[in-house]
Design a protein around this ligand. Structure first.
Ligand SMILES: [Zn+2]
Ligand SMILES: [Zn+2]
Length: 162
């Protein structure tokens, strides 16, 4: 689903890599969550991965020093982004969201984090994928689309890389 969105929206080739074991050093024993920055470090050092940009999916809960949990995390212009499915499927109104809904959330986060990997910053436009979302509700209100400014920046960034 994510690979299809990346190919469709950004006209990039997206390849699905084999699964890897969770880096144990990224687990915070006190919080029982994984440190997103340490996961990114571990993946950046995994030299057997040969790819322009990498989006790694996790089913464990992720945190950063600034946020109690994150849906996704990427360094500006970095090579690796991490995404957690952990909170995307949790019920918000007492009912579990259908899987298609969860996948749409995942696709939005993937495109948002890929935007950061392509050096895009957060966008003030609430109707843009680069707008910051910290709750599933807010994510649901964001359409699956970049505003025209972010779209232009994306294409400029991609053109510079190719
Ligand atoms: Zn962001
Ligand atoms: Zn935007």
């Amino acid at each position: 689903m994510i690979a299809a969105h990346i190919s469709g929206y950004l006209n990039m080739t997206a390849e699905i890599l084999p699964a890897m074991p969770l880096p144990p050093q990224a687990l915070d024993g006190g919080r029982l969550q994984y440190n997103a920055a340490l996961l990114i470090d571990a993946l950046e050092k995994a030299d057997r991965i040969d790819a322009f940009k990498i989006i790694a999916l996790f089913d464990v809960d992720l945190f950063t020093p600034l946020f109690t949990h994150v849906f996704g995390e990427a360094r500006q212009n970095g090579r690796v982004a991490v995404i957690s499915l952990y909170r995307l499927a949790t019920p918000t109104d007492g009912m579990c969201p259908p899987s298609g809904h969860v996948l749409e959330r995942v696709a939005k986060i993937a495109l948002h984090e890929l935007g950061h990997l392509l050096n895009l910053l957060h966008c003030a436009d609430p109707h843009c994928l680069m707008h910051f979302s910290d709750t599933p509700d807010r994510l649901d209100r964001t359409p699956l689309n970049f505003c025209r400014y972010c779209r232009r920046s994306l294409h400029r960034s991609l053109a510079a890389w190719s």
